[in-house]
Design a protein. Structure first.
Length: 283
């Protein structure tokens, strides 16, 4: 675990969120371990689903899949229907470039009517060994929350995530290998940086490097370095209108000019010069 959480402060913050939104909220670490939630108990229909091993497994798999999607979106909140047909939202917790964990709210019944919601949930849960009549009873007792309210709650969730990082309720362990990797790549990405060079610097193997990269960035290390170089290239193109494309290529660490042009075109659909003119509003 590369992150360190202040559980006492987190509990207070989650309690405040629940008082405002009346939606259960959970914090996961970067390895998708549940750290704290408020309230502790889940909605009756979720408790019914989780009575069985198959139901618990489906819930866990759904949470993990949603978190992985959110990690790729980075700054955006991912709103989705869970495997059982309920509405949930998750946002990643990034400290700098390092993924420290996730905030997730869920178990929200958001349908125009109980009948409409039940039809979806019944179909979604048909392969689980559940007491469907009891599940139906819990569904029809549920409070329905409209989609606008969910979107508003999701925006608050995103604000809570930012506040949590600012107040250092979630931080990084300074000696964690993932933190060292991120710091090293950030310092050297414009150089001739290879997986072998990183492994030698950090004294790790390639398998461990690839695992850490997936954990931190949601992609392989070569892809992440290329993305960092590309973002720097875009910034240089906009900050200095007279800079030559060849100089941008060199300063960003792209060793091959033709590769840079091809990679830039693949990402943006334009050549660097055409992209700059378009971004600056020039014909």
């Amino acid at each position: 675990m590369i992150s360190a959480f202040d559980i006492d402060q987190l509990q207070e913050l989650l309690r405040d969120f629940y008082r405002i939104a009346h939606i259960r909220i959970t914090v996961f670490d970067e390895d998708l371990n549940e750290l704290v939630s408020y309230p502790h108990s889940v909605a009756p229909y979720c408790e019914e689903i989780r009575r069985t091993a198959a139901g618990r497994s489906a819930c866990t798999a759904c949470d993990h899949a949603a978190c992985r999607i959110a990690a790729k979106k980075r700054s955006a909140v991912h709103i989705y229907r869970c495997h059982a047909g309920l509405t949930e939202a998750v946002t990643p917790l990034y400290v700098g470039e390092v993924l420290a964990g996730y905030l997730l709210f869920g178990h929200v019944f958001s349908y125009a009517s109980h009948e409409a919601g039940w039809r979806v949930m019944e179909k979604s849960c048909e392969n689980l060994p559940l007491d469907m009549e009891r599940l139906k009873t819990y569904v029809f007792e549920a409070e329905s929350i409209d989609e606008d309210y969910v979107r508003s709650a999701a925006r608050i969730l995103h604000a809570v995530a930012s506040y949590l990082i600012l107040q250092r309720m979630a931080a990084l362990r300074g000696d964690a290998l993932a933190v060292k990797l991120d710091a090293y790549v950030s310092r050297h990405f414009t150089e001739k940086l290879t997986a072998d060079a990183i492994c030698r610097a950090l004294r790790i193997g390639k398998t461990q490097l690839y695992r850490l990269s997936r954990q931190l960035y949601g992609c392989g290390i070569a892809e992440y370095i290329r993305n960092m170089r590309m973002e720097m290239a875009k910034k240089l193109l906009l900050d200095d209108r007279d800079i030559r494309i060849a100089e941008v290529c060199e300063r960003c660490g792209f060793g091959d000019y033709n590769y840079f042009i091809a990679a830039f075109g693949k990402e943006t659909g334009l050549s660097p010069e055409k992209w700059r003119r378009s971004a600056l509003g020039h014909p």
